[in-house]
Design a binder for this molecule. Sequence first.
Ligand SMILES: O=C(O)CCc1c2[nH]c(c1CC(=O)O)Cc1[nH]c(c(CC(=O)O)c1CCC(=O)O)Cc1[nH]c(c(CC(=O)O)c1CCC(=O)O)Cc1[nH]c(c(CCC(=O)O)c1CC(=O)O)C2
Length: 348
Amino acid sequence: MQTNPTESILLRTLKGESTERPPVWFMRQAGRVLPSYLEIKKQYTFWQMMQNPEVAAQVTLLPVEDLGVDAAILFSDILVVPYAMGMGLDFTDAGPTFDEPLAFRENPINGLFDDPTKLDYIYAVIDEINRTKPAHIPLIGFCGAPLTVLLFMLQGLGRKGDFPDAIRFIYENRETTKQLIDALTDMSIEYIKGQIKHGIDVFQLFDTHAGLLPFDVYNELFLPPVRKIAQVVRDAGLPFIFFPKGIGTGIAKLTPEEADFLSVDWQTSLTNARKLVHPEIGLQGNVDPRLLFAPQEEIEKELKKYLRFGAENQNWIFNLGHGFMPGIPFENARFLADWAKNADWKRS
Ligand SMILES: O=C(O)CCc1c2[nH]c(c1CC(=O)O)Cc1[nH]c(c(CC(=O)O)c1CCC(=O)O)Cc1[nH]c(c(CC(=O)O)c1CCC(=O)O)Cc1[nH]c(c(CCC(=O)O)c1CC(=O)O)C2
């Protein structure tokens, strides 16, 4: 067993090394539950926070201090890419909204004009994070996968749940959908290359709404661009984590071309996921974030179910099945991180 304490435990696990415990980080770890974040948020809009390198870097690093996680994830949003493609975007109390959603336009392709410089502020944030972060804490970069981002672009309003007009558009306009996927994939790749150039250490692709299409359609239209994106990340020598939320047993159909590590939602137990998923793909997940509304004794009882899996599986990153939800008590988030770092994983 390797025990160099200055080397990142997350990177060691991603490289396939043995570690004394699983590495720990959480989706949505910076926003939503940290009192320190909620305090900063009182002074700025979300756009202002994202666009100010000092503030965005500070927020990115808050959970390292406040929760003790093993990695930082860039404080940004998946919808910055359509914004850079010319779509008017606003973050409102009702969630993100786009002006003139694509599904309702006469010609959805013609109105898109890529302007990669609209992402430059994010590279300034990455530079600032790298200047200020502890050396042993890796930075995770991310963007949304083509399906999830396209659903927002087509529907316009993120809180409509199941994106009904967007799904209908995809079925009724197959050729235009393919053109939109290509445009979105190209822009995402440019953005990812920018993140890599500025020094992210790991990349995660969020396909939060992957489960909203039948797997065959998802496989035909949306997995090829995922493979293309994965290749770009790998060619740069970075590990690639893929989070296709809600695809159920579709996880059995994924290959190492699509993921070095697969982030699993809470619908499938990790033990079952391990049986289904290709053996060369590592796993990440999958504590149900809703559990964190429970008293700590109840949380601990559930967490103990992970001990056996953790003892038997080195290629596993401890995380949630999806992000922290607003309103989860900070003490419970901290309890979760402490538990995962201090449990007796029986690995030595
Ligand atoms: O996060 C919300 O409050 C909801 C609004 C929303 C946003 N993007 C969105 C949604 C839809 C949704 O998540 O349901 C759309 C969005 N953003 C993101 C995802 C991917 C996912 O979480 O599965 C999605 C799709 C999720 C979905 O539709 O369920 C990614 C995202 N947004 C964000 C972050 C950074 C972070 O939380 O640390 C991250 C990802 C990295 C990570 O896991 O940490 C940040 C974000 N996005 C957003 C906000 C709120 C802005 C405001 O105060 O006006 C905030 C900040 C905050 O939570 O206080 C806007």
